[in-house]
Ligand binder design. Structure first.
Ligand code: B16
Ligand code: MG
Length: 218
């Protein structure tokens, strides 16, 4: 049987946590008297915590000392984690378990490729960690998406060549990272945002077993 490397982003692909990142950043930005729109928030998806705060400060034309920067990152994460602590399996996005189970049944290697430093904790919380053969997250990389490091490391751990890997991503930066890594990029979200992906689906309910078989066999 053909083996491909299936790499999943976490926030916004496996679980519905993108909304919690947005809420936590918005709350923090308000304390700095910075407003940003949902459209601008798209630029924060898949982007590291440090880079996200840098972007928000730039939108508000603000500079702050390093100690304050670290303090704000801590605050945002505490707020984010307070949302996560209430999270249940119901926040796994539609048909994700079905797709994972199908790929496991077909003996396909599966990895997580996330920018989040909270990724392992979240996977445990929703009881999906056991489905992954490899996990690469924000603690394991030095360069954030759109740099391909996170996906290239995942491919290495799966022992599959990058060109035989398929990435599922909800962010502009993540699709770009997959493209740079020369992997097949599958955008999960809207075509108007993720038009640079090889394929785009609104969610996993639109992905058929036939399509997965084509990915495995091509
Ligand atoms: P944390 P992903 C990304 O996760 C999120 O999309 C992004 O909004 C967040 O800033 C980043 O993780 C860092 O997360 O603060 O938990 O370390 O989409 O790559 O799974
Ligand atoms: Mg994401």
């Amino acid at each position: 049987m053909n083996k491909k490397g299936f790499i999943f982003d976490l926030d916004g692909v496996i679980v519905d946590t993108a909304k919690y990142h947005f809420l936590a950043w918005q709350k923090l930005a308000k304390t700095l008297e910075i407003n940003f729109t949902e459209e601008e928030n798209e630029q924060l998806k898949g982007v590291s915590r440090v880079r996200s705060l840098e972007k928000i400060l730039a939108w508000g034309n603000k500079t702050i000392p390093e100690t304050k920067f670290m303090e704000l990152m801590g605050k945002k994460n505490d707020d984010y984690l307070s949302h996560i602590s209430k999270m249940t399996k119901s926040e796994i996005l539609p048909d994700v378990p079905k797709i994972l189970n199908y790929l496991i049944e077909k003996q396909q290697p599966i990895a997580l490729g996330s920018a989040s430093k909270n990724a392992r904790h979240i996977l445990e919380r929703v009881d999906l960690k056991k489905n992954f053969d490899a996990i690469v997250d924000g603690n394991d990389v030095s360069k954030a998406k759109p740099d391909p490091e996170v996906f290239l490391n995942a491919a290495k751990l799966l022992n599959i060549d990058p060109e035989n890997c398929i990435v599922f991503e909800d962010s502009v930066a993540g699709v770009e990272a997959a493209n740079v890594a020369r992997m097949v990029s599958i955008g999960i979200g809207s075509k108007s945002v993720l038009g640079h992906a090889d394929y785009v689906f609104n969610d996993f309910t639109e992905i058929s077993e036939g399509f997965l078989n084509t990915l495995i066999n091509n």
